[in-house]
Design a protein around this ligand. Structure first.
Ligand SMILES: [Zn+2]
Ligand SMILES: [Zn+2]
Length: 556
């Protein structure tokens, strides 16, 4: 990316309108540069191929069939936070994306299968079905619980954030961009030339108010990429770029891309790749188009309200409290004489804020000063930015996590402000790095923050052991609620053995408190599920990641 394109994104990120941000820049450019309108018109002609520009501008419906891969957790779900860690991927099969341009509707059907060792067997075997729709400003989903493919299917209205995200998805296609750019109400900025690629780069604001940047090839006049900014709970404002490649003529006469790759400005992670099998143009029947309309019940339904997160405070031992969250992301609170330390800020700003409210209820006036994070995965750091916003010092495994915590809490969220941005604490994190062991101790309590051992799910991870209470606080060693398979069941007993611990009570981030003996029984049972899954795949003649199971729990 050269300085021009960086500048375009920087302008988008400041929230200025495209027209205002580019007027000065475009004035400085050569008079011969094409206008935005000319670029879009040329692109319409190029995309139209032998069918002509009217085939693009007059298109009624477009259906894309394909398959692909998504990055699990936007690059934040790998074994470590190193940018060079092997990337965990989700296979995306049976993609059918349908757009009805006349009615402003989109439908997406696909199946997502975890292509790595995962703790829910069904998500590795059959995966979960995605069935998403947009009709104007109404979005909805048909399906059950993504973590439980057997859950009953229901139709539910989605949030306004989802409406925006799907409008961008609908736009993220050369035909859509050109049509939206030429539609009444669109605002076009000036045109910059990328000095490296020669691409002509245009800022565009759609009639819906969505800001995107589009690059056109000077050679083919076809769109090369589209860029936009979206909110991210851990990365703050995230800049996405979709590259349109492999253009070829199709039988209808148009010229369309057979490859879509979306990257982001966090380590250049490749978020998604779509391989196109075929396109259908204007192939939907009237009945099929009618079926894409928002059902009356969805249209009448209120927007989903944020989940009501319930936190139950339970004293486990003197100065050790378990804060059980209904959002499947619980925390432990260590009550030192003059401050409180929290283990884990799971899930989201909302979950961590709910936990903090409960803590203030139980310990009025006592400051919460430290956060221990179990590991860097983005679900387990969903409340990290909120914790830094509240001024907490972060205790994390040295490994790659120090750089990770510093980097993600230094990213601004100007376009989609979160608590960290609103409190002006972006880039102000304080970190206490842990090598293998850190002892937190005062008159009240000793807490040993210990490195997790031999874990194939996470290499830079910490647990917290209280010798006086024989409790162990952990994230992702075991889960009694959502998980049914285990590939790293060895890690808990290995850690206990390595550090010579005497754990009686497990205080998990996921699920519920159990005795250590119960957790070991669960680890064995879940490992058997993994072995059974491998046997099933073997019988059917299919290969599965993680098979045969290496960590068999033998000896435990
Ligand atoms: Zn994890
Ligand atoms: Zn987890």
């Amino acid at each position: 990316m050269n300085k021009h394109t960086i500048r375009v994104v920087a302008m988008l990120a400041t929230g200025l309108t495209a027209a205002a941000s580019l007027s000065a820049a475009s004035a400085a450019l050569a008079q011969s540069a094409p206008s935005g309108n000319e670029l879009l018109e040329r692109a319409a002609t190029a995309l139209g191929g032998i069918a002509g520009r009217s085939a693009v501008l007059g298109m009624h419906t477009l259906t894309l069939y394909g398959f692909g891969e998504n990055n699990a957790q936007d690059g934040g779900g790998n074994v470590s936070a190193s940018p060079h860690a092997p990337q965990k991927r989700t296979d995306v099969d049976g993609i059918v994306r349908t757009i009805d341009y006349d009615n402003g509707r989109m439908h997406l059907q696909q199946r997502q299968v975890q292509a790595f060792e995962f703790a829910i067997a069904a998500l590795m075997a059959t995966g979960n079905e995605v069935n998403q729709s947009l009709d104007g400003d109404v979005a909805w989903n048909v399906g059950g619980n993504p973590f439980n493919p057997a859950a009953p299917v229901r139709t539910a209205r989605a949030s306004n954030e989802q409406v925006r995200a799907r409008r961008i998805e609908m736009l993220d296609n050369p035909v859509s961009i050109v049509r939206e750019g030429l539609a009444p109400g669109a605002q076009l900025g000036g045109v910059l030339t990328d000095s490296q690629t020669g691409d002509q780069v245009l800022d565009l604001t759609t009639a819906h108010g969505d800001h995107v940047t589009v690059a056109f090839s000077p050679r083919t006049h076809l769109p090369d990429w589209m860029r936009w900014v979206g909110p991210h709970p851990v990365y703050g404002d995230l800049t996405y770029t979709t590259w349109f490649t492999g253009y070829e003529p199709i039988v209808d006469g148009l010229v369309l891309p057979f490859g879509y790759q979306t990257t982001c400005d966090y380590h250049g992670v490749v978020l998604s790749e779509v391989y196109v099998d075929k396109y259908d143009v204007n192939a939907l029947s009237g009945a099929q188009r009618d079926a894409m309309a928002a059902p009356a019940a969805v249209r009448a339904a209120p927007l989903p309200s944020p989940p009501n997160i319930r936190i139950d405070a339970l004293q486990v031992a003197p100065h050790v409290w378990y804060m059980h969250s209904s959002a499947n992301g619980s925390s432990t609170v260590f009550d030192f004489t003059d401050h409180l330390t929290v283990f884990e800020a799971y899930g989201s700003e909302a979950n961590f804020e709910a936990i903090l409210r409960k803590i203030h209820e139980v310990f009025p006036g006592k400051p919460v000063t430290q956060l221990i994070i179990s590991h860097h995965h983005l679900d387990h750091t969903g409340g990290l930015r909120a914790a830094v916003a509240e001024g907490l010092t972060v205790i994390t495994n040295r490994g790659e996590n120090v750089a990770f915590v510093r980097e993600v809490t230094s990213r601004p969220a100007r376009m989609f402000p979160d608590l960290l941005q609103k409190k002006g604490r972006v880039g102000m994190v304080k970190i206490i790095p842990v090598d293998d062991k850190l002892v937190l101790e005062d008159a009240n309590l000793e807490v040993d923050v210990l490195r997790i051992v031999g874990d194939s799910h996470m290499s830079d991870a910490l647990g917290a052991y209280v010798p006086s209470a024989h409790t162990f606080s952990e994230g992702d060693l075991m889960d009694d609620t959502g998980w049914d398979a285990s590939w790293w069941g060895n890690s808990y007993p290995d850690t206990v053995k390595y550090w010579h611990l005497q754990v009686n009570e497990d205080l998990p981030v996921h699920g519920h408190m159990h005795t250590y003996a119960e957790m070991m029984a669960l680890a064995k049972k879940q490992t058997e599920t993994s072995e059974a899954l491998c046997a099933k795949a073997d019988q059917a003649g299919f290969a599965l990641p993680g098979c045969p199971v290496a960590n068999t729990m033998a000896g435990y």
